[in-house]
Design a binder for this molecule. Structure first.
Ligand SMILES: *Cc1c(COP(=O)(O)O)cnc(C)c1O
Length: 362
């Protein structure tokens, strides 16, 4: 067989959360919205499907970029649509990071730890060195560990709110993460649940040339199946990424649906309010069952139990067709060894989860 690039051979494929087949699952493992997307988005997709599937989509996605720019108070040249925000993460790496394939060292990519593990996978695909900066046990930053990485990183991926913890680091903290000679990528996959403008003050501030914000319609808009996100950054950064992307990286259905979704701010406001109220009920219920629940700005909570039987609870729930996410953390000297991340579902799903956990043999 023809060999792949040497860097690809040892790769372990990224393992996303399980998507179970069949009905009857209470699915609280991948932070999807438990509700359908904005009706206006579904209608726009129907229309686009009826009208123009024989034509290529707008390669620049201008209408969508305008809607995204309006939401953030920017102009369209600050916005790049992506096939899910994961594509924009890949595009950032391909645009800014030299691979070690040519024999050089490659540019350093970094993230905190624990966090979204796709960053490491994407760095390995590009054959770039990767460093994870272990957080303190309370999910705050360890400035001593950060410093060497901050000085050398070309791309520093930091989700706010973080996953799996839900931690929202304040602006003064984020400011201290900006690399000396690279970009701070604030991955706002869950930003809408906290504040859709998270990171915008940094992007518009004096060091804004070192900031990239990414957003997705997969979580807060209930459009995970559509695959659409966007990056917001200075036009020089966006322009460089636009040279690397596929001409038609977003299809016309996604662009039409996404544009309508972003324009429906009433729908988003109501949805976020509902998710936050249910998050509080979930956290209270878990606390009553003896769990320690991390404060979360996302549509999920991370929790641990003093008896540490997290894996057993995960299995117990799964046998009852309730799917949550079990996380075990390697190389986290100050933190917990493992825990559970639970997506905020509907009220019925929260009840099913809490009732099942109450039956877990103590
Ligand atoms: C879900 C998620 C993404 C991916 O979003 P898509 O737009 O679905 O690709 C990116 N970053 C984090 C932290 C996420 O949780």
């Amino acid at each position: 067989m023809v060999s792949p690039r040497p860097a690809v051979v040892p790769l372990a494929a990224y393992a996303p959360g399980e998507q179970p087949r069949g009905d009857g699952w209470v699915k609280l493992n991948t932070n999807e919205l438990p509700f359908p997307p904005p009706p206006a988005a579904v209608e726009a997709i129907r229309q686009a499907a009826g009208e123009r599937l024989n034509r290529y989509p707008d390669p620049t996605g201008l209408a969508f970029r305008q809607a995204a720019a309006d939401r953030l108070g920017l102009t369209p040249d600050w916005i790049l649509p992506g096939n899910g925000s994961d594509e924009n993460l890949t595009l950032l790496i391909r645009t800014f990071c030299r691979s070690a394939d040519g024999g050089g060292e490659g540019d350093l990519i970094a993230s905190p730890h624990p966090t979204y593990t796709l960053y490491r996978t994407l760095a390995e695909i590009q054959n770039c060195p990767f460093e994870a900066v272990p957080l303190n046990g309370d999910w705050s930053w360890n400035w001593d560990r950060l410093e060497a990485v901050r000085q050398r990183a070309k791309l520093f991926f930091v989700p706010v709110p973080n996953s799996p913890s839900g931690t929202v680091w304040p602006k003064e903290v984020l400011e201290r993460l900006i690399p000396d000679d690279g970009l701070l990528v604030l991955d706002g996959a869950y930003a809408d649940f906290e504040d859709g403008r998270l990171g915008l003050d940094l992007l518009e501030g004096p060091r804004g040339d070192r900031i990239v914000l990414t957003r997705t319609l997969s979580k807060s808009y209930g459009l995970a199946g559509l695959r659409l996100g966007f990056a917001a950054a200075r036009p020089e950064v966006i322009g460089a990424m636009a040279k690397v992307k596929d001409s038609y990286n977003c299809d016309s259905l996604a662009l039409a649906g996404g544009t309508a979704a972003l324009r429906d701010s009433d729908w988003l406001g109501e949805t976020v309010r509902a998710v936050r109220a249910e998050r509080q009920r979930l956290a209270d219920g878990l606390t009553a069952l003896g769990f320690v629940v991390e404060p979360s700005g996302g549509n999920f909570v991370f929790c641990t139990h003093p008896d540490r039987r997290h894996r057993a609870r995960f299995d117990f729930l799964k046998e009852r067709k309730i799917l949550v996410r079990y996380f075990a953390f390697n190389n986290w000297p100050d933190g917990v060894p493992d825990g559970l991340r639970i997506t905020v579902g509907t009220a019925e799903e929260t009840d099913a989860l809490l009732n099942a956990l109450a039956e877990f043999p103590g």
